[in-house]
Design a binder for this molecule. Structure first.
Ligand code: ZN
Ligand code: ZN
Length: 254
């Protein structure tokens, strides 16, 4: 893996290591592109910040400055990009985009962890398990996000895929894959899922993605500098790519 666009920092409160350590690991591992995509700060209606798993609103400029200065410092060794991972929250999307635009991000990736708008209603993808309507709602919201055209790719598209009836999973995964194809958005095989033995990446999902001829990208989803070059999980992902006949993109246009 030479290009990774999915990297976090400690600002999200569930990552470790210094920003420059991510860069140094990436260089040591031979990466050509390291894209930072920390969980974006969110502008919720009353100006308060209830989330504990994202950077704070007042960290926006400091984050961008840190990434940009590393990009300059290490420009001879690696290309460093400044992006964000965000949710698609219909009530806040336009404002959120304008807010992030202040630091001119290189790209945004869609990482849908919730349905609804988080602030008012917080059923996480995990809490939806067991109710097929939950998966339908999740997929509909992710598709609405893809339709904005604002996202470079969809991270862990199979995040919400457990404890639902197999027919619903088959149908909804296919609906999501077809929408991603239609809007030209690649789908990520998430290495954090492999690293952590999570329920994703899902073989069912990526079998469907192969059938629908979706474009696939690998994402380290690094929350620690040592995750940036996770060759073990990458090998597992590449095995999956090969066995399912997936169309892997090595590099994205950003
Ligand atoms: Zn995270
Ligand atoms: Zn992530």
């Amino acid at each position: 893996m030479l290009h990774n666009y999915h990297t976090h920092t400690t600002r999200c409160n569930h990552a470790s290591g210094k920003d420059h350590e991510y860069v140094e690991q990436a260089i040591a591992g031979g990466l050509k592109t390291l894209g930072f995509s920390d969980h974006a700060p969110y502008l919720f209606p009353d100006g308060q910040y209830p989330s504990t798993h994202r950077m704070r609103v007042d960290e926006l400029f400091e984050y961008a400055e840190s990434v940009r200065s590393l990009a300059k410092e290490y420009q001879k060794d690696i290309r460093i990009l400044c992006g964000f991972e965000l949710e698609y929250y219909p009530d806040y999307h336009a404002e959120e985009k304008a807010f992030l635009e202040q630091v001119k991000p290189d790209y945004l990736i869609l990482g849908q962890h919730f349905v609804g708008n988080e602030y008012s209603f917080i059923p996480s993808s995990r809490a939806l398990a067991g109710n097929d309507l939950g998966l339908i709602a999740y997929v509909s919201q992710a598709i609405a996000g893809l339709a904005t055209g604002d996202f470079l790719y969809l991270a862990h598209p199979d995040l919400a895929g457990y404890s639902f009836s197999p027919e619903t999973v088959e149908r909804e995964y296919r609906r999501l894959c077809r929408a991603a194809k239609k809007f030209g958005v690649p789908l990520e095989i998430n290495l954090l899922g492999l690293r952590g033995n999570r329920h994703y990446p899902s073989k069912t999902f990526f079998r469907i993605a192969a059938e629908e001829e979706n474009e696939i990208v690998l994402g380290a989803d690094a929350h620690d500098p040592f995750d940036v070059c996770d060759f073990e999980s990458e090998a597992k992902a590449l095995k999956m790519v090969k066995s399912l006949g997936l169309k892997l993109l090595e590099k994205l246009d950003v």
